[in-house]
Design a protein around this ligand. Structure first.
Ligand code: MG
Length: 308
């Protein structure tokens, strides 16, 4: 099934964590319901970091037990340490993500420790999750560039990915945290991963559209054999390193590209747009994604589809 692509939805976690407006619990649940109704089968739901650190996601303990009981949907949660793991277990989580980066300068400013120290903190979390049979993902942020140290060599991102795989993650996700990456870097990172023995099916990419390169990078990933991409319905999140700029690739933009290119992914564009419109309304701002503005397109009639 080489043409089957997984769309990993990050809106409720990565998107909402970076929005200034705190979204009420009921609205988060509605957003997630709409995403599941659109066919998304992997929805990163929240984060069990200290509530003071990320107040936008402080309601994770209340959100998790109320997630839709839809079979076949994975709701990973971000967990930084054993305290977070205990909370996530109590709330009924069954899948997790851990978050580190390719550069110490970034993790030190973001999570207050070096990359090596972050991996040490994840070790018992990932061991416990393995005992419980949870699915596990590891993020390598700043894989394409760091806001504090500049260019990042692919081998450095791959070294961190290998450490995460050693600690038992099922999948590593390379993040273009500041949206500076271009397609030949995607190819270089895949080449370096393969040279290090990382199977393609254990690699995902998290692109930001900050400089308009996210879909071009997806195409480079597809051409290199990658079949999992992160996106956020409504393009929520923005870019903390470039005020007013785009951050997460919008799920609706990704779905349009994959549909029109003939990839199978199981997600309905009109459904994603419903979720995107809903959450941007809650956030009190316009839906800025390209497909959010233009709608889809029906090749049978030539008409735009799923417009507001
Ligand atoms: Mg992001």
């Amino acid at each position: 099934m080489a043409d089957r692509v997984r769309i990993y939805e990050v809106g409720p976690r990565d998107g909402l964590q970076n929005e200034a407006t705190a979204v009420p619990l009921e609205a988060k649940l509605r957003y997630i319901e709409l995403l599941v109704a659109a066919g998304l089968r992997e929805v990163e739901a929240s984060s069990f970091v200290a509530p003071k650190a990320i107040p936008q996601l402080a309601d994770a303990d209340d959100l998790l037990p109320r997630l839709p009981a839809s079979s076949g949907v994975r709701f990973p949660v971000l967990i930084p340490n054993m305290r977070g793991m205990e909370r996530a277990e109590a709330a009924g989580a069954q899948a997790l993500a851990v978050f580190t980066a390719a550069t110490d300068a970034f993790t030190e400013r973001n999570i207050g420790m070096t990359v090596a120290a972050s991996l040490e903190a994840f070790s018992p979390v990932l061991a416990r999750a393995a005992d419980l049979g949870w699915w596990r993902r590891g993020y390598v942020s700043t894989a394409f560039g760091c806001p504090y140290t500049g260019a990042v060599a692919p081998r450095r991102a791959v070294e961190v990915a290998l450490r995460l795989l050693d600690l038992g993650v099922d999948e590593v996700c390379f993040g273009d945290t500041i949206g500076v990456g271009v397609p030949n870097q995607v190819q270089a990172l895949v080449d370096a991963s393969m040279a290090a023995g990382i199977p393609l099916e254990r690699i995902a990419f998290h692109f930001h559209d900050t400089r308009g390169t996210a879909l071009a990078n997806v195409l480079a990933g597809l051409a290199a054999g990658i079949r999992c991409f992160d996106a956020s319905a409504g393009g929520t999140g923005g870019c903390p390193y470039a005020p007013r700029a785009a951050g997460n690739l919008a799920t609706e933009d990704l779905v349009y590209l994959l549909d029109a290119s003939g990839y199978d992914h199981g997600v309905d564009l009109a459904g994603v747009l419903a979720a995107a419109r809903y959450i941007t309304q809650v956030l009190g701002r316009p839906l800025a994604s390209k497909v959010g503005q233009a709608g889809g397109w029906d090749p049978a009639t030539g008409a735009a589809t799923a417009r507001a």
